[in-house]
Design a protein around this ligand. Structure first.
Ligand code: FAD
Ligand code: SF4
Length: 508
């Protein structure tokens, strides 16, 4: 055998770089379902099912395309526990002359596979992933010589480089972003009965077999499978993309920060898992959104807001990940040491916003960005959760969680654990922010505008406690100074009450 092409669970594309020049007469593909990928973090049932079901569908597509495939199933008792053990065992039999691998989504996996290749004395050809607009080297070049990194400048560079939403050398519509138009909340009546529901993909025979396997083998893992309906093939992912562009993108912009209980999807794309599995390319997603804007089917504020997430944030976090690992994973700039409250794994809390976000997360393996950043993430930041514990939670529970994207979002954007590399300030707010974005507080036993006393909202108590704890650190921070000045006006006896109530919350 000439080349053995390693395909990981998040590399499900027949046109991936590792397949360049693939010759079925001399080459073969290797895929393996191994327990370690579901247990190195306590992966949720929807996340495990998504990866396994998508891998099995992709294996079918490879066979149909006539590509020789060596596929190890999890339910085969002979399958080893880890990717590296399985690969080492299979190499002894298959004896390829070289291994080919598209850059994985996880630093840990890259190290493990490189080590196997080295031990076996085999060349491992690592190919850059074409599923991104930029490479880690592009990001390093962007970062070189800059005092600080800011996503906005990176994004503008990408708009120009990729010629996306440009009008000659100027941004389409004369502005780079339309954030000011994108801050609506739903009125008291809510999003309305005609909220478009994204397509659901009923499990077929392959997926049902996987769901049974996950229930049997990982029944003690968090999350439920009853409403599992994610796109698992390229055809399904294209259908999901089409439905989003037509039905939900027009209102994506204004409502991207809104939260409504019992409505997990709102106007969000629900495409992150398909993108991260490589069932879709970001290029085709961005092109579809831009075409809809230019055809007048989608307002520019919505189209631009959506494209910024993909061409801006998604590329940016990947650049941070690959240029900063492995040290990045250990970052803890705010010296946070509290344990993650155990109810993050069950949703059993009397805080209505957290109960809603976590229950939905366990049900679907999904929460939209503002729920992740300003509900579960915010609470952990204010509470002082040790960032690595929170990272483990985010990596476990979401179907779109792959380390290259999850880690910078959690440690950097949400927890400020990298000291401001990703986000220009910690995203802190009191319960009043959640009251503005959602109706959840009206059904909660706490009051978002009270910071001490029996009905004080824990977010609000912890927000003031955060400012007290970090007063000196952020006193001269350009974007936080106003909030810190607010805390300077709090009298000593009230400070003591806030601190005591915050400590009681942590002790509970
Ligand atoms: P939409 O809101 O419709 O956005 C469109 C697309 O833009 C997404 O599909 C996604 O591909 C991309 N995108 C949006 N925001 C980001 C971002 N901050 N970083 C990277 N891509 C972005 N996203 C993941 O794909 N995997 C993760 O594991 C993940 N973990 C996160 C953890 C935290 C603490 C936070 C704050 C955010 C995280 N995100 C993650 C980013 C974002 O929340 C999700 O991409 C988004 O909620 C997915 O839902 P959607 O497809 O409906 O996205
Ligand atoms: Fe959440 Fe506080 Fe509002 Fe309750 S009052 S829903 S805990 S923000």
């Amino acid at each position: 055998m000439r080349h053995l092409v390693i395909v990981l669970g998040d590399q499900l594309d027949r046109d991936a770089a590792a397949f360049d020049g693939f010759d079925p007469a001399q080459d073969a593909v290797w895929m393996a379902e191994v327990a370690e990928e579901s247990t190195h973090v306590w992966s949720s049932q929807p996340r495990i099912a998504l990866f396994l079901a998508a891998m099995r569908h992709f294996a079918e597509a490879l066979r149909a395309a006539g590509r020789p495939l060596h596929y190890r199933r999890l339910d085969d008792p002979a399958t080893r526990a880890s990717l590296s053990e399985q690969l080492a065992a299979d190499l002894a039999q298959l004896r390829p002359r070289a291994l080919r691998l598209t850059r994985p989504g996880d630093w840990r996996v890259l190290q493990a596979l490189q080590q196997v290749a080295q031990q076996q004395g085999l060349p491992l050809q690592l190919l850059e992933d074409r599923h991104f607009f930029t490479t880690p080297a592009d990001f390093a070049a962007h970062a070189r010589g800059r005092k600080g990194l800011r996503m906005e400048y990176f994004y503008r560079e990408q708009r120009q480089r990729q010629r996306v939403l440009m009008d000659g050398t100027e941004p389409l519509g004369g502005q780079w972003n339309f954030d000011a138009d994108n801050r609506a909340a739903f009125g008291p009546a809510g999003p309305g009965f005609d909220l478009p529901q994204p397509p659901r993909f009923a499990p077929d025979a392959i997926t049902r077999e996987v769901l049974d396997l996950v229930r049997t083998r990982f029944g003690d893992h968090p999350g439920r499978l009853d409403s599992f309906a994610w796109p698992l093939t390229r055809a399904q992912a294209l259908q999901a993309l089409d439905a989003f562009i037509t039905e939900r993108l027009p209102l994506f912009g204004p409502y991207q920060d809104a939260i409504w209980p019992g409505e997990p999807w709102l106007y969000h794309a629900q495409l992150s898992a398909a993108l991260n599995l490589k069932l879709l390319t970001p290029h085709e997603v961005v092109a579809a959104a831009e075409a809809a804007v230019r055809a007048g089917r989608v307002p520019l504020n919505s189209g631009e807001g959506f494209i910024r997430q993909i061409l801006g944030w998604r590329e940016y976090v990947r650049g941070i990940y690959w240029t900063r690992m492995p040290a990045y994973a250990e970052a803890n700039a705010l010296d946070a040491t509290a344990n993650l409250p155990p109810w993050y794994w069950t949703g059993e809390t009397d805080m209505a916003c957290l109960r809603d976000a976590i229950t939905q997360t366990l049900e679907h393996g999904y929460a939209h960005h503002i729920q992740r950043l300003m509900v579960t993430g915010l609470y952990a930041l204010l509470y002082g959760v040790q960032p690595q514990q929170l990272h483990t939670w985010y990596l476990s529970v979401y179907v779109d969680a792959v380390e290259w994207v999850e880690l910078p979002n959690t440690l950097g954007m949400s927890q400020y654990a990298d000291g401001g590399l990703m986000a220009s300030k910690p995203y802190i707010a009191s319960g009043k922010y959640i009251a503005r974005q959602s109706p959840l507080c009206s059904g909660c036993r706490y009051r978002p505008d009270e910071r001490t006393g029996p009905q004080a909202c824990p977010f609000t108590t912890l927000y003031w406690d955060f400012l007290l704890r970090h007063e000196a650190r952020f006193a001269h921070h350009p974007r936080l100074a106003l909030q810190v000045r607010g805390v300077a006006r709090v009298p000593e006896d009230e400070r003591a009450r806030i601190r005591a109530q915050a400590e009681a919350l942590r002790a509970a």
